[in-house]
Design a protein around this ligand. Structure first.
Ligand SMILES: [Mn+2]
Length: 307
């Protein structure tokens, strides 16, 4: 994958979280000069434009989940966009948008790898986030679908969410998932994490082991027996003092260096398929602090090094 050119796709969607303005994340990053900075870095990259939220007059309501129909329809168009990017010989990197978009991005990449390598081909999933995003309609306290994407990718959420990128239920196997940065889980999510025996490095393990060791253990989990892995990076994994511009801030997050080290190490992994970056909300930012951090983190993920 390393030799494929990148294609940046903006996911202009914020209906699956409490603050819709998260849909302006990709625009803020473009205005901050992300594409220009990537070209300066020598990255082969093109701007694939944005995917927009559907306009629906009277969508059928879901009894528990907010904006269900809009989220499913947006996910379906984003997933076709991601698949067509792969098929055109590019490496799609998606900028969110709220975290519901990863049902489409990760699901589409999982489907593409199966098409290429056969039915048994699995991919790993590195989920870098303060939250586990493992709720279902039955357990979600808020009804916001950005808290469900991992459950959907594992095949545990509503059928329509599980099938956003294709009919197969369970795009990712629990043994191929690793979390980094967890610190705010609902009781049902904690139970599910244990039942499924998912590898999870919370802030406690990061404090105890250090980020370098956490990353190498996590890479092992997502690489073992897979055709490569994808990373999904939620900006709220960073401490809110650094990244206030997120919808669901939780204190006690990654330091500036920890946040960068994950990106720097991910960029070195030969089996990284692609990644997405979500939950930057410019309307909640303090000045441009979060947007500037987001851009710097992205540059690290695309291979910028200190030396
Ligand atoms: Mn998240």
């Amino acid at each position: 994958m390393k030799d494929l050119p990148y294609e940046i796709i903006g996911a202009r969607f914020g209906l699956a979280c409490p603050h819709e303005a998260v849909a302006y994340g990709p625009q803020a990053l473009r205005q901050a000069g992300l594409l220009e900075a990537l070209c300066e870095l020598g990255v082969e990259v093109e701007d694939g434009g944005d995917v927009f939220a559907p306009q629906i007059k009277e969508p059928p309501a879901h009894p528990k989940l907010n904006n269900f129909q809009e989220t499913v329809l947006f996910g379906e168009s984003l997933s076709s966009r991601v698949k067509s990017s792969w098929k055109a010989g590019k490496r799609p990197v998606v900028l969110g948008g709220d975290h519901s978009i990863s049902m489409a991005t990760v699901g589409a990449t999982s489907e593409y790898i199966r098409e290429q390598h056969g039915e048994d081909a699995e991919i790993g999933l590195l989920w870098v986030d303060a939250h586990a995003d493992l709720n279902t309609a039955a357990t979600s306290p808020s009804g916001n679908i950005h808290g469900l994407p991992v459950a959907a990718l594992l095949g545990l959420a509503d059928e329509k969410l599980c099938q956003i990128a294709g009919p197969r239920i369970g795009k990712i196997k629990p043994e191929n998932v690793a979390y980094i940065g967890l610190r705010d889980l609902d009781p049902a999510e904690k139970d599910r994490l244990k039942e499924l025996n998912i590898t999870a490095f919370s802030m406690k393990e990061i404090d105890q082991l250090g980020m370098n060791e956490v990353c190498s253990r996590a890479f092992q989990t997502v690489s073992d027996g897979t055709y490569g892995f994808v990373m999904s990076y939620d900006l709220d994994v960073c401490d809110p003092a650094l990244a206030p511009g997120v919808g669901t801030p939780v204190r006690g997050g990654l330091t500036y260096r920890e946040a960068h080290l994950v990106m720097e190490l991910v960029a070195e992994q030969e089996n990284l398929l692609t990644f997405d970056f979500v939950e930057l909300n410019p309307s909640l930012d303090s000045g441009d602090a979060s947007c500037e951090l987001a851009q710097a983190l992205l540059l690290s993920a695309f291979g910028k090094t200190i030396l």
